[in-house]
Design a protein around this ligand. Structure first.
Ligand SMILES: [Zn+2]
Length: 446
């Protein structure tokens, strides 16, 4: 009997297929979807169930899923925008406030994981699009735009910002990293702020100076894993500026701080009282010069000399002891380059003054004065004629006398002036002993 005749007999009934057949068809269809669909078994789950499964995955595994297929990546991308993901990816939202050490470690790790998720889920995108997504994610961690950030020095939001950014861009080539630096610097307005700061009087905008310093240090420099990495980012920050402004930027980034303010005039007015204070004041600056000297292809020896020269005369001439402190921490090569350059230019009095201060620094750092004697030797070789050499050597003796008289005269009976004279006398005595040893070596060895 045909279908048409059945319909004639039972006009109210629809033709029905057996349930068994329908089930078989459904199963066949699902099997086909599972076998051929890009998500495998995930294909047949409703969206809510898929998202529910994601919430049970650690963030690292979620990031690995994004590189399994385009469809899976898109699904995870969808999930990332749901309220479930918000709770899952960052269970404790980061606050702009001071945190305990374990909390800091937790957030650093979590932002590394989130960075990996961003890196993997966007690995097929163009750099420009990736940078846009990174910026969208990071904008709430910029302290300077965050009204509730009351203590940017202690707040770790920018550290997390840097951790995330460096995780995403790990392994990118130089061109892409330069693009990242420019995009992030421009979108956050930090490059513009930096440009404005170097054109203004040092210390004119202390809050802005602090924000710019913390931003470049925490986002680009403190995340570096080695010297060449640090030299790369530091060169990017400094490169657009002339020497005089490079010196200013270096002090802005690495100069000593008191509270929330950069101590621009400290170097012209006072000196550290011990080696711990000296390394707090000059350690970061010296380290920056060492990194640029050892690792940067863009920096010649002459560049380093010029920037140190600019730095130590800004905003006014630094006290000789502070120059000596900086050079001492910069190491032998940079010290000799700087002093030899002064010798070539005939700056004998300045040299004598720095040498005297170096003796004092050696005493404060419990270092042997023979280090200074070697430097004096090298400088003498570079000085052109014997008259300059003699002026330089006599100048050292005169500077000791003047320094002692200065402390005596201007110390105003302050508590530490007696101690300062003692240090200076010790420095002079140690220097004299070394010279005596050299002068009477023959006699002593017989
Ligand atoms: Zn903050």
């Amino acid at each position: 009997m045909s279908m048409a005749s059945l319909k004639l007999m039972f006009p109210c009934k629809k033709p029905r297929r057996s349930q068994r057949l329908e089930m078989k068809e459904k199963i066949d269809c699902k099997t086909k979807t599972i076998n051929t669909g890009p998500l495998g078994f995930f294909e047949i789950l409703p969206l809510e169930l898929k998202f529910l499964v994601y919430t049970y995955l650690p963030v690292e595994e979620l990031s690995i899923m994004t590189i399994t297929s385009k469809a899976m990546r898109n699904m995870v991308e969808l999930y990332k925008n749901t309220s479930w993901a918000e709770q899952h990816l960052l269970p404790q939202p980061i606050l702009h406030s001071a945190l305990t050490v374990p909390q800091q470690a937790y957030f650093s790790k979590q932002f590394h994981r989130l960075g990996l998720l961003m890196k993997r889920s966007t690995c097929l995108y163009a750099t420009k699009d990736r940078l846009k997504l990174i910026q969208q994610f990071l904008q709430k961690y910029l302290c300077s735009f965050h009204k509730s950030c009351e203590n940017p020095t202690k707040c770790i939001a920018l550290v997390c910002y840097g951790k995330f950014l460096h995780t995403v861009i790990a392994g990118w080539d130089d061109k892409e990293c330069i693009k990242t630096f420019e995009t992030v610097g421009e979108n956050t307005l930090m490059l513009r702020h930096l440009n404005n700061i170097v054109k203004c009087k040092a210390g004119a905008y202390p809050t802005l100076e602090l924000h710019v310093r913390l931003f470049f240090r925490r986002v680009f420099l403190s995340q570096c894993t080695g010297g060449s990495d640090k030299a790369f980012w530091l060169s990017l920050i400094l490169k657009p500026f002339p020497m005089v402004h490079q010196a200013r930027v270096l002090f802005l980034l690495f100069g000593p701080m008191c509270g929330d303010e950069i101590q621009w005039y400290e170097m012209c007015e006072s000196t550290p009282v011990n080696k711990e204070q000296a390394s707090v004041c000059f350690g970061d600056l010296a380290n920056a010069f060492k990194v640029l000297h050892s690792y940067s292809k863009d920096w010649t020896e002459d560049d380093i000399i010029s920037v140190i020269d600019e730095l130590t005369s800004s905003p006014d001439e630094w006290l000789a002891e502070n120059i000596a402190n900086l050079l001492y921490l910069c190491g032998d090569t940079i010290t000799l380059n700087v002093l030899n350059s002064k010798a070539i230019n005939g700056r004998v009095t300045e040299l004598a003054s720095i040498i005297t201060s170096m003796c004092l620094v050696c005493i404060r750092h419990d270092n042997s004065i023979s280090w200074v004697i070697n430097i004096v030797n090298d400088v003498c070789v570079v000085l052109e004629n014997s008259r300059d050499k003699l002026n330089f050597l006599y100048g050292i003796a005169d500077m000791f006398r003047e320094a002692i008289l200065d402390i005596h005269e201007f110390g105003d009976g302050e508590d530490d002036s007696g101690q300062e004279i003692q240090y200076m006398l010790d420095a002079q005595a140690e220097f004299m002993k070394e010279v005596i040893l050299m002068a009477f070596r023959n006699m002593l060895s017989s």
